[in-house]
Design a protein around this ligand. Structure first.
Ligand SMILES: Cc1cc2nc3c(=O)[nH]c(=O)nc-3n(C[C@H](O)[C@H](O)[C@H](O)COP(=O)(O)OP(=O)(O)OC[C@H]3O[C@@H](n4cnc5c(N)ncnc54)[C@H](O)[C@@H]3O)c2cc1C
Length: 364
């Protein structure tokens, strides 16, 4: 099939809070952004609208005193981006070439050229890799094992059943608490004797009578039959090394997320986990004209509001870059669309048409 080619000043990958905020800002700046997001796909764990599409109450997003459901919040973001002329494309990006500008993005049927690229591809759930966890028919994934309580918890297979949640962070607390709406009982297994979750999330889980904490406990195997799904788990005491079997009919793995950065490996600088490295004062990556925002570059905060905040930063950085204004790079130098490298301690004088007429030391 022939591929269609499009060229844009700004292309954004991802329609979570970061990507949609970048779209709102760049669309209002008349940069006619193209926002690309993958179609809904359980295998790849993608949902247009990003991670908040799989949660219910969002109580901490400023401006919504009574809270708001995740999908409703993302619909509002999207409508605001549409209002200012963002164009949306629902396709999976298979390859990117960031070696020269314009950058090239490939989908199955299309080649997209981008003068600037804003990466907001977020993060995905992590798995343990224990026997029984793989997707059916190799394991019980999709047949009693899940990584998303809000997606699968209400399903009849989990209603009024005994469930196990694995993890010790906010995701595990939220998943366990949510599951008590439907389940008969929720065991929460954590490898240590202390949780990593925020205090408020811990307290909510501790108060919930349907949750039983299994401390110093590791999941080693998920048991069951392909016909009837999960019926038990093998758990190990991390101090004594002893195994025991506990009857449960469902398992939720809630051990966190990994950044969606496979596409950019070998081209963009990343940390050991795979989070894209950006400059503390900007969202610039090591490639001039490529910016990263949201969870894909944030291993610390990972919240909708911080994703939206960095989405705004990326948009402003892309605008500045296209206007031939300097953007501070992770290396400490500043760089413009014209490829001028300027050290951060130098002051620029720029003509209204964008021409740099002087590049003087900032401090005498
Ligand atoms: C269960 C749950 C509950 C949460 N609750 C809250 C909460 O109450 N409050 C809060 O502030 N935060 C909450 N968070 C965290 C919040 O959802 C994230 O911090 C936020 O969504 C990150 O936004 P993002 O835009 O960086 O990325 P994401 O929301 O992860 O969006 C990234 C998008 O990029 C797309 N994508 C990835 N790779 C490709 C590709 N190759 N091609 C095309 N598209 C691609 C994905 O499909 C996805 O739509 C929650 C998270 C979870 C999982």
């Amino acid at each position: 099939m022939a591929t269609e080619e499009t060229r844009r000043q700004v292309v954004i990958i991802g329609s979570g809070p970061a990507g949609l905020t970048a779209a709102i800002y760049t669309a209002r700046a008349n940069l006619n952004p193209l926002l690309i997001d993958a179609p809904a796909d359980t295998e790849r764990q993608t949902t247009p609208g990003g991670q908040l599409m799989i949660t219910t109450d969002v109580e901490n997003y400023p401006g919504f005193a009574k809270g708001i459901e995740g999908p409703e919040l993302m619909m509002e973001f999207r409508k605001q981006a549409e209002r200012f002329g963002t164009e949306f494309l629902e396709e999976w990006i298979t390859k990117v070439d960031l070696q020269q500008r314009p950058f090239t993005l490939y989908t199955e049927n299309r080649t997209i050229k981008a003068d600037t690229l804003i990466i907001a591809s977020g993060a995905s759930a992590k798995w343990l890799g224990v026997p029984g966890e793989a997707k059916t028919p190799h394991g019980f994934g999709g047949n009693g094992v899940s990584a998303c309580a809000t997606c699968d918890g209400p399903l009849p297979a989990f209603r009024n059943k005994r469930l196990l949640v694995v993890g010790g962070g906010d995701t595990a607390m939220e998943e366990a608490t949510f599951l008590t709406r439907y389940a008969a009982k929720v065991y929460l297994a954590h490898r240590r004797d202390k949780l990593r979750a925020s205090k408020i999330m811990q307290e909510k889980a501790f108060r919930n009578e349907k949750i039983e904490f299994l401390w110093n406990t590791e999941l080693v195997e998920i048991l069951g039959t392909q016909a009837d799904g999960v019926n038990a788990v093998r758990l190990r005491d991390t101090r004594s090394g002893e195994d025991r079997t506990t009857d449960v009919e469902g398992v939720f793995i809630a051990i966190g997320h990994k950044p969606n950065t496979e596409l950019f490996k070998g081209q963009l600088d990343m940390d050991a986990v795979g989070y894209i490295k950006t400059n503390g004062h900007s969202t610039a990556t090591n490639i001039p004209g490529v910016f990263a925002c949201g969870d894909v570059q944030d291993s610390v905060y990972r919240q909708a509001i911080t994703a939206a905040g960095t989405g705004c930063m990326s948009a402003i950085d892309a605008e500045r870059f296209l206007d031939h204004l300097p953007v501070e790079m992770p290396s400490g130098e500043e760089i413009t669309d014209e490829g001028e490298h300027i050290t951060a301690d130098r002051r620029l004088i720029i003509e209204p048409d964008g021409e740099i007429i002087s590049n003087e030391p900032a401090f005498e």
